[in-house]
Design a protein around this ligand. Structure first.
Ligand code: ADP
Ligand code: TRP
Length: 325
């Protein structure tokens, strides 16, 4: 059996696990938004996955909604990308089950997300163990061929490809599309205010849509050294510099090298740069918040399109497995 997939089908998921920070924006959202016109984009909110670490209904609902609003505010265009909630296509769980029948235990036992928790003495639940299988189902259910993700997800993409090959071998045919990962480079890692990778687990984040005063306060806390005001500032390993939006890097490096300004000055400038950078998105966000039902309607239409794309794939799998005639 041969199927033709005409366009590039780009798919990625984001977990609704807390307030978005600028590391998430530059690391995941902005690249996804740039890719949305390069092919058929499928972007979803991975709320089933978030349940492996969050079991509070009100919080999950709130995070899901905020992620939807923020993604739209940042430029996700629902006319270009199919934007949906993972749980609005519950068929993904059926595919996950089918994939798990060809998934060796060892493959999952080797996965970092699971191993790290066990190593820390945290008792892992089955969902955490099976997390990569559900992620594989997310990708394979939509015949995605390009999956943009951060480096931390590389192993999960390998599991996905393995499982697709195993299903095709077991069921005899080109049932599932083997996806290609599109791994973002390490250099794109945004540092947090303490200089480590920005992450909500390290409590070092700069939120994208914080209050003006709070944002300023956070930025003023960024680590710096004790180089006197008048002297040139080191540009290597400077957290402040690394946090400047890419378009302003060259000018800032020049200014650091020239000396004459203290770090307080650069932090104030950085705060102003961010405030200006996110201004259009903040305005769009306010607009979205004023439009009742807008987000629900987008997610409803997204779910409809996603289900329509999933139906023929699941149909192929169900027939091949003997689950249906
Ligand atoms: P966190 O580390 O805050 O928990 P997540 O692991 O939920 O963030 O990351 C969601 C997405 O954002 C992933 O695709 C990840 O690659 C990206 N991301 C998170 N933090 C950064 C960062 N500091 N720099 C670049 N990308 C990041
Ligand atoms: N595991 C991914 C993360 O934490 C989120 C995710 C779930 C995903 N399903 C996916 C990403 C499918 C890409 C494709 O970032």
């Amino acid at each position: 059996m041969h199927r033709m997939i005409a366009a590039m089908r780009i798919l990625t998921g984001l977990q609704p696990s807390g307030k978005l920070h600028i590391g998430n924006y530059f690391g995941a959202m902005e690249p996804a938004i740039r890719l949305q016109s390069q092919g058929e984009a499928f972007y979803f909110i991975a709320n089933y996955h978030a349940m492996t670490s969050l079991q509070n209904g009100a919080e999950l609902r709130q995070n899901t909604r905020e992620l939807a609003i923020d993604f739209l505010a940042c430029g996700l265009d629902p006319e270009k990308a199919v934007f949906f909630r993972q749980s609005d296509v519950p068929e993904v769980n059926e595919l996950a089950w089918i994939l798990s029948t060809v998934c060796p235990m060892g493959l999952l036992e080797r996965c970092h997300s699971y191993k790290d928790k066990v190593a820390k003495g945290i008792s892992a639940n089955h969902a955490l163990f099976a997390y990569p299988v559900l992620m594989a189902a997310d990708i394979l259910l939509y015949d995605a061929n390009v999956v943009p993700v951060g480096k931390d997800q590389k192993q999960h993409l390998e599991v996905t490809r393995d499982l697709a090959v195993k299903i095709n071998e077991a069921l005899g045919g080109e049932i599932l599309t083997i996806p290609e990962p599109m791994i973002r480079e390490e250099s794109a890692i945004v540092p947090g205010i303490d200089g480590q990778k920005m992450s909500k687990s390290y409590h070092n984040t700069i939120p994208m849509f914080g209050e003006e005063k709070a944002l300023r306060k956070t930025i003023m806390k960024i680590v710096s050294d004790s180089t006197p005001v008048e002297e040139p500032k080191p540009v290597e390993n400077s957290t402040i510099l690394a946090l400047y939006p890419p378009a302003e890097h060259a000018v800032m490096i020049e200014s650091f090298r020239a000396g004459g300004f203290g770090y307080g000055h650069y932090k104030t400038q950085l705060w102003e740069a961010y405030w200006a950078y996110f201004a259009p998105m903040r305005a769009r966000r306010e607009e979205i918040l004023r439009e009742p039902g807008y987000v629900d309607e987008i997610l409803r239409r997204g779910a409809e399109k996603a289900r329509a794309a999933a139906a023929p794939v699941l149909d192929r799998v169900r027939r091949a497995t003997g689950l249906s005639e």
